[in-house]
Design a binder for this molecule. Structure first.
Ligand SMILES: *[C@@H]1O[C@H](CO)[C@@H](O)[C@H](O)[C@H]1NC(C)=O
Ligand SMILES: *[C@@H]1O[C@H](CO)[C@@H](O)[C@H](O)[C@H]1NC(C)=O
Ligand SMILES: *[C@@H]1O[C@H](CO)[C@@H](O)[C@H](O)[C@H]1NC(C)=O
Ligand SMILES: *[C@@H]1O[C@H](CO)[C@@H](O)[C@H](O)[C@H]1NC(C)=O
Ligand SMILES: [Ca+2]
Ligand SMILES: [Ca+2]
Length: 324
């Protein structure tokens, strides 16, 4: 207690001493304070204007980011409001810069636990365990369920109405490290690419996996990364049985289990569960080891680029799917 009182006295004395010692600086200090207040007010106003600009985007009427870009001359990446053919309004991320812009984020495939085999969070495969009764896991790749939000697309699965509503021609894919914030996705991505041959026209413009036996492999154009870096993201063994520079849909593995997307590669062998994602709800080989959103990316050793196991970078990045 005594110590505290003494300390207080010392402080008081030194404050008084200062105010006596520096009277000439008082005016300067005051104008500094005013400037600080002005800057603070200015920042508040700037922030408010920025928010108002973002909020004003809700007046746009468009079915896709491409329409927003074309109709409202918007060139900034970020969140926008879209409207479905039935009038449902939702918000998602628009990539307005890559290869001319106008890309709508429609989904993200996020693996919350590779050890969890078709358990909670495996929405793109099955949450009901490795199950022979639902071999196709014919669920969220081809229905109108929606889940998640754009802002949390790197922290959990995301699927919005654009997935089935937008009549698209091309696709773009970003692999973004888990939990990264939206404003850093573009720079943080470990792999970004898009198609440019309008292949979706051949598949009705949407929902690629709705028909069970199509296996189109589409050539891709890289926006970040290349064929070599793509190859290295997967394990040493898978490298012998795929070709980089493609995106493939609905691959069927050795045991005839379906998988929805092989990102960046075209399978030439049969162990696609080690480099394709989502899809099947039943994997007969060593059950349930191959079941999940990132099925058997951990086959030899999780995140170690060993044997059949994918790299840590790949295993811990969400796969963001865009339409244009
Ligand atoms: C602060 O803003 C007022 C008007 O808003 C202006 O008259 C004054 O010069 C500004 N002061 C400084 C230090 O910027
Ligand atoms: C306030 O912000 C505007 C632009 O946002 C800037 O031009 C101006 O210099 C700023 N004023 C102060 C006092 O910081
Ligand atoms: C937002 O929209 C309102 C109404 O159209 C307009 O008055 C305002 O200037 C807009 N604000 C910004 C920052 O664009
Ligand atoms: C599809 O997503 C919904 C919503 O998250 C989920 O309840 C359902 O289990 C998913 N389907 C499958 C097969 O996992
Ligand atoms: Ca899982
Ligand atoms: Ca998931």
């Amino acid at each position: 207690m005594l110590y505290h009182i003494l300390l207080l006295l010392v402080v008081l004395v030194s404050v008084e001493h200062e105010s006596f010692a520096a009277p000439v600086n008082e005016e300067l200090t005051n104008s500094n304070t005013i400037r600080d207040v002005n800057i603070t007010q200015n920042l508040t106003r700037t922030t408010f204007e920025h928010l108002e600009k973002l909020r004003n985007r809700s007046s746009y009427v468009a079915r896709s980011c491409k329409e927003i870009k074309d109709r409202y001359n918007e060139h900034e990446d970020g969140l926008y409001y879209l409207t479905t053919a039935n009038g449902m309004v939702y918000q998602t991320f628009c990539d307005m810069t890559t290869a001319g812009g106008g890309w709508t984020l429609v989904a993200s495939v996020h693996e919350n636990s590779v050890y969890g085999k078709c358990t909670v969070g495996d929405r793109w495969s099955s949450q009901q365990g490795n199950n022979a009764n639902i071999p196709d896991g014919d669920g969220n790749w081809s229905n109108r369920n929606t889940f998640g939000t754009a802002e949390s697309a790197t922290s959990d699965d995301f699927k919005n109405p654009g997935y089935y509503d937008i009549v698209a021609e091309d696709m773009s894919v970003w692999h973004v490290p888990n939990t990264f914030a939206l404003e850093h996705w573009n720079l943080a991505a470990i792999l970004r690419y898009h198609t440019n041959n309008r292949f979706l026209r051949l598949y009705g413009g949407t929902s690629l996996s709705s028909s069970s036996n199509r296996r189109p492999a589409i050539t891709i154009v890289y926006d970040h990364g290349d064929r070599e870096s793509t190859t290295k993201l997967y394990g040493p063994n898978p490298r012998r049985e795929f070709e980089a520079g493609f995106i493939t849909f609905r691959a069927i593995n050795n045991e005839r289990a379906a998988m929805a997307i092989c990102s960046g590669v075209k399978p030439t062998g049969c162990n696609s569960e080690t480099y394709c994602i989502g899809g099947g709800g039943y994997f007969p080989e060593y059950p349930p080891h191959q079941c999940g959103d990132f099925p058997a990316f951990d086959w030899d050793r999780l995140g170690q680029s060993q044997g059949w196991s994918a790299s840590k970078e790949m295993t811990e990045a969400a796969v963001l799917l865009f339409y244009r």
